[in-house]
Every structure is written in structure tokens, then in C-alpha cells.
Design a protein. Structure first.
Length: 286
């Protein structure tokens, strides 16, 4: 049961991190938000890795962890942009489709899918269309597309980190963070060569949020990696990944509480359907 608790805890931390990331991305360029947040997270990842013993991962685990970090980076780039241009309580539930890819891979590998799980997948996909509503502007369409792209990238992230985490735990998270920080540093350095004003320290008012969202993301990654490691004790990686994908619920609740976001009846039905579908997948996988 403990691995499932860790996976659920990771989903809460990811959801809170996404909420903060969406807010800060309305004031800063998405790449810069990610850089400063990931840099903070890197320091925490190093500390956790050293506290866990500082064991070096195998070459395979290190490579898979790096793939996870880069997939997460792509997912964040898409999601934060989507959160910045659209309603959090609409964009975030679309990202709940993160669960579909891990389940599909598990089915392709021979895992049986219960009727309840299949029903949850259908409910989630249908709900995503309703959650997108009837977009009347290109901006709305773009936000929905960004969220769906983020869901695919995060699905790759969950699969890769889960695979690496089974062997390497915190070391896999550290490899992923090193890879993402390296890529972001190179990207922003290239932009700085063209326009030095584009690359500067974060504003003092944004630093706490950046530090918190970076820390929450690393803690969530470590919790998920440990959940995947414990998954061999009776719960498969599909179950752990689905529970970890429930993070949009936290984002939606925070958006309603702090931003006062409201949904129309159709979109509210879609949000409920997406989250209910992911929950059904979780129950079936248990």
C-alpha cells in the first residue's frame, strides 16, 4: 500500500507545482521559469541522492533517467504555456490523459485490461473533448493542443522514470534533472548571445514561487521513483503511473480556491469525466 501512497503524494506535489508554474509563466518566459525552477530542484535532487547513499546508477538507468528528465521538460514547456494562455481548470484536466500512454504500453506488453479500466479510458478521452468545450478562438484551441501534447510527454516521463526508478531511485531523478538543466542552460545561453536582456535573474517577487515549484517537482519525482521501486512488491508500474497522473485535480482545486475560476456546465462535466475516468483506471489497476 505504501507505494500507492507515494504515487498519490507525488500527484499532489506535481499538481501544486503546475499551479505555481502556470502563475509565474504569466509574468516570465516559460523557458526561464523552467530554468530557475529546475536549477533549484537540482540542488535538492543532489541533496536527496547524497542522503540516500550516493550510489551511482548503471549506464542504462542513467540514460533512461535522462530521457525521463527531457520528456518531463518538454511536458512542462507545453503545459506551462497552456496554463499561461488558458484557464487552469480547463487545461489541467486535459493533461490528465497522461495515464493513457502507460496503460497502453502495459497492454501492448501483454497486461490484461479489466472492463473497469477500459471504461475509465473511454470516459477520460470523452471527458477531455468536453473539457475543451466549444473553443471560439485560436487561443483556446492552442491551449487544448498544448495540454494534450503535455499529456503525451508526461506519459513518456512516467514510463521512463518508473523504469529507471525501479533500479536507481533518487539517482534516476538526479540524472533526469542534470539532463534537463543542461539542455535549458544551453538553450538560454544561445538566446543570451542574441539578446542579453532575455537572460537575467528572476525577479525577487518570483523567486519563492520558483524555488517552491522546483522543490515540489523533485520531491514528487523522488516519491514516484520510490513508488515504482516498491511496485514490484505487488503493484505494477501501470498502477503507480496512473495514480501519479492524478495531479490535475490539485491544480484545478487550487485554481478554483485562489483564482476563482469557474466552469460552464459542459466543461464542468468534462472535467469531472476526465478525473473520474483516471480514477476508474486507478481502481481497475489496483
Amino acid at each position: 500500500m505504501f507505494p500507492l501512497t507515494l504515487a498519490l503524494g507525488a500527484s499532489v506535489a506535481w499538481g501544486a507545482s503546475d499551479f505555481l508554474g502556470g502563475l509565474v509563466s504569466r509574468r516570465m518566459a516559460v523557458a526561464e521559469v523552467l530554468f530557475w525552477a529546475q536549477l533549484t530542484g537540482l540542488a535538492l535532487a543532489v541533496a536527496i541522492w547524497m542522503a540516500a547513499g550516493g550510489d551511482l546508477p548503471s549506464a542504462r538507468a542513467a540514460a533512461t533517467g535522462a530521457v525521463a528528465g527531457l520528456a518531463e521538460l518538454v511536458g512542462f514547456l507545453l503545459l506551462y504555456r497552456g496554463l499561461a494562455v488558458g484557464q487552469m481548470s480547463t487545461i489541467a484536466p486535459l493533461a490528465a490523459l497522461t495515464a493513457v500512454l502507460p496503460v497502453a504500453v502495459s497492454v501492448g506488453a501483454g497486461e490484461r485490461v479489466a472492463a473497469l479500466e477500459a471504461g475509465g479510458m473511454v470516459l477520460a478521452i470523452t471527458g477531455s473533448a468536453l473539457a475543451a468545450g466549444d473553443p471560439k478562438t485560436k487561443r483556446a484551441v492552442r491551449g487544448a493542443g498544448l495540454a494534450l501534447g503535455a499529456a503525451l510527454a508526461f506519459g513518456v516521463f512516467l514510463l521512463a522514470l518508473g523504469d529507471a526508478g525501479e533500479e536507481a531511485g533518487p539517482a534516476a531523478v538526479l540524472c533526469g534533472r542534470l539532463a534537463s538543466v543542461t539542455v535549458l542552460t544551453a538553450f538560454l545561453a544561445g538566446r543570451a548571445d542574441k539578446d542579453v536582456r532575455r537572460f537575467c535573474p528572476a525577479a525577487r517577487a518570483d523567486r519563492p514561487a520558483l524555488a517552491i515549484l522546483g522543490g515540489l517537482d523533485v520531491l514528487a519525482n523522488v516519491a514516484y521513483a520510490e513508488a515504482a521501486r516498491g511496485g514490484s512488491g505487488g503493484h505494477g508500474l501501470a498502477t503507480v503511473s496512473v495514480l501519479g497522473s492524478l495531479y490535475p485535480l490539485t491544480t484545478v482545486l487550487l485554481a478554483r480556491a485562489f483564482l476563482g475560476e469557474r466552469l460552464g456546465r459542459i466543461r464542468l462535466t468534462g472535467v469531472t469525466a476526465v478525473l473520474s475516468g483516471v480514477a476508474l483506471i486507478s481502481l481497475a489497476s489496483g
